[in-house]
Design a protein around this ligand. Sequence first.
Ligand code: SF4
Length: 341
Amino acid sequence: METKPALAGLFPGEIAELLKPLQPFRAGQIHQWICKGAVSFADMNNLPAALRDELERRFRLFSGSVSAELEDPDGTVKFRISFEDSVKIESVILASSEGRKTACLSTQAGCPIGCVFCKTGQMGFTRDLSSREIIEELLFLTRRERGISHIVIMGMGEPLLNLKELRRAVAYFTDILKISKRRITLSTSGVTGGIWDFTDNGPDIRLALSLTTGRQELRERLMPVAQSNPLAELKESLMYYQQKRKRRITLEAVLLGGVNTTPADAAALAGFARGLDAVVNLIPWNPVDGLCFEGKPLRSPGAAETAGFASALKEKGLNVTFRYKKGRGVLGACGQLGQQE
Ligand code: SF4
């Protein structure tokens, strides 16, 4: 059976092109309905009934659908989204105590990077998401929650391995949904070539590096991407980004109890940060059943271990922030996406 084309994720001009010879203002109306959260053509009550029927016959609104919404008492909402080939991904709305709402989006189904501390990394890689699927993710989230003001591209997958599709999605977010590029952050595991490309060719958004450790040999064991993207080259690419884009970088460190929290780790991380305008974001590991590092189960660091590591970084002059455990109740916190409850 032939699949009907979906209209969500298309720019208004593309919808107008598809619907020719319909008057372009009708395409604009349809697009506005999509952005306002319409779930069917029948919702579009300023369109003539005959046009709604025709649209229903010829098109779909979305190519994917939300198969589950799970809400944590802390305000985090995790979405499970299925696309037409039955591929499933997860996206999250994070609510801060100040009321800021942030969408955490995925760019791939699964992930080829394989970080040992991340559930998604252990699932393997299925495929890249198309720009339209990435846009649909945000549209599904905004349908549930009005007022999403920030986006972090930190969900499932390595965004710099799907940069072409991401560029188009970010253009939609900034140009059509009017989300400021300063409020969009891409987090990479450290794909050096991708950082050069991102710096030269956009999108012009904020950058975070999931550093986790400034020790090359440990990083190679925790994040296989480090084997072909050594820290020295990574630093060079970040210096280039900073020189060209003039934006502060976030260095994220997932803290693994007993693995990367010693004074030597703090010194190595500070050494990597030297010369960069960076803030260090510490993320005490969010538990995932069954994940081990070299035969030993991973664990979250204790409060004293976390505080000691943070103090050691601060003593070296680093600006340190924390990302707390939001969304753990629905397995929607950093590193937990892809778990089946
Ligand atoms: S942390 Fe990010 S890059 Fe690493 S495996 Fe998980 S999703 Fe992939």
